[in-house]
Ligand binder design. Structure first.
Ligand SMILES: NC(=O)c1ccc[n+]([C@@H]2O[C@H](COP(=O)([O-])OP(=O)(O)OC[C@H]3O[C@@H](n4cnc5c(N)ncnc54)[C@H](O)[C@@H]3O)[C@@H](O)[C@H]2O)c1
Length: 439
């Protein structure tokens, strides 16, 4: 394929040289003469392990060229990969001005050039851009179609390489993600990445745009978490390197998909209590632990958000399907559902609760004391079946994946169904009035 790579920084140079090695005819475009000249002379404008050899080989084989002129680059090409910078603006926003002018360059160049034989050209954003960028920044440029005989498809294809290991990462990315609504563009990108030994994830454009932010935010949170817990433990003479070394060996809960599925707030007898204790340990030694404090606050915001949502629906009766903090336990201590029920009752809602496991007559010890303090009339609130709870309710707030709950909702859902579970099934998600807590 003839591929045009816009932006010859870290991402663009590695992408251009890597694709040239895979047999594509690659033209790199940059507004910076120096970078273009550097590539032309067979050298890399960025310093990274292996990149110098890759660029030299590409240029020597005639597979990699560079220019400042988009018109010279675009003629007969099948793909434009936009790898220009998206730096922070003064308010933290992604500055999309380079993306904007680059897409304009592509459009203008099309007016002066001819497409490839197929006529189709994929304009693919590889820069990290906020959700909605392809539809609000790229698509409007082609709103009246592409110039001349060009036929354009748009996509977002985030890049996951890391500086310092960029060439190695280019050949072994964690995943290949293509967000497009255009089958021809999807097919082009399938061909472009067919040297990678992994399937391409075809997703919606906004999902592809969001993913890179989620990844980078998570990486930053991981680093800060490790650093924050070491700050807290240090005054106790604990070497957090040893703690984290063993921590990382838990691939069941710690380094695992567990707890990384959006749903309702955390709760139960351990997480809130131990997080509070850790914050107390930090305070004992005047150690700031904003990530731990922020975590508790973030959790509280989930409960608040659902409460506000239910209030806004203006329904009198609410069915709460699921009460314990997770499936298959009757432990109600610090269950966010109990907290949620309390808030609704306090605001005058009629609340009816069904939980497949919780039986107030069998609650004992601290669990019983907790419920008696928070929901003293639990007996009166509890329904014997999900159908009974739903009777007359205008809203169902569902955190239980129990099949009786599922059946009752399919038999007769109220006007609104708020999903706190996250995996209730497609049929429930297609109900009129369905909405997820954070999706
Ligand atoms: N650096 C990384 O490790 C990394 C990894 C993944 C994704 N990203 C993302 O990829 C994008 C590029 O990152 P980078 O580090 O390679 O940036 P960079 O600043 O190193 O390079 C960007 C290049 O784009 C050029 N440019 C600007 N406007 C142009 C135009 N209209 N036409 C052609 N070239 C133009 C600039 O001159 C510059 O050489 C950013 O959105 C970044 O967030 C970066």
């Amino acid at each position: 394929m003839k591929v045009v790579v816009f932006g010859l920084g870290y991402v663009g140079t590695v992408t251009a040289a890597g694709l040239a090695r895979e047999g594509h005819q690659v033209v790199g475009v940059d507004v910076d003469d120096m970078k273009v000249e550097t590539i032309r002379s067979g050298c890399s404008p960025v310093v990274e392990p292996e990149i110098e050899d890759l660029v030299r080989a590409g240029v020597a084989a005639g597979a990699l060229t560079a220019t400042t002129d988009p018109v010279a680059a675009l003629d007969g090409s099948e793909v434009s990969l936009i790898c220009v910078g998206t730096p922070s603006g003064s308010h933290g926003e992604s500055d999309l001005s380079f993306v904007r002018s680059c897409v304009r360059d592509v459009y203008d160049a099309m007016a002066l050039t001819s497409p490839s034989e197929s006529g189709h050209h994929a304009v693919v954003v590889r820069s990290t851009v906020p959700p909605g960028t392809v539809s609000s920044v790229v698509a409007p440029v082609f709103a009246d179609g592409a110039p001349g005989d060009w036929d354009v498809g748009l996509a977002m294809c985030p890049e996951f390489l890391r500086e310092g290991t960029s060439v190695a990462d280019f050949y072994a990315p964690p995943f290949v993600v293509v967000g497009t609504g255009d089958p021809a563009t999807a097919a082009t990108l399938d061909r472009l990445f067919d040297f990678l030994p992994m399937p391409v994830h075809q997703v919606g454009v906004e999902t592809a745009e969001s993913l890179k932010y989620a990844c980078n935010a998570f990486h930053a949170v991981k680093i800060s978490f490790a650093n924050e817990v070491s700050r807290v433990f240090k005054p106790f003479g604990v070497d957090a390197r040893e703690v984290m070394e063993i921590f990382c060996q838990d691939t069941k809960l710690n380094i695992a998909p567990t707890y990384l599925r959006p749903a309702f707030a955390y709760g139960g007898s351990c997480l809130p209590k131990d997080l509070r204790a850790l914050q107390h340990l930090a305070r004992m030694h005047d150690v700031d632990a904003p990530l731990l404090a922020g975590t508790a606050l973030s959790n509280e915001l989930v409960v608040r958000q659902v409460t506000e949502r239910v209030i806004a629906l203006d329904e009198r009766k609410v069915a709460l399907l699921g009460l314990s903090f997770k499936t298959d336990t009757d432990d109600l201590r610090e269950s966010p559902n109990v907290e949620f029920a309390e808030r609704l009752i306090g605001k005058g809602f009629e609340v009816s609760i069904f939980d497949p496991i919780v039986n107030p007559h069998r609650l004992v010890g601290a669990n019983r004391r907790y419920v008696e303090a928070r929901l003293p009339h639990l007996n009166r609130l509890l329904a014997r079946s999900p159908g009974e709870a739903l009777d007359g309710a205008g809203v169902a707030v569902v955190s239980s994946g129990d099949h009786h709950v599922h059946e009752a909702l399919m038999d007769g859902a109220p006007r609104h169904v708020i999903d706190l579970h996250g995996h209730l099934g497609d049929d429930i998600e297609h109900l009129v009035g369905y909405e997820g807590v954070g999706w």
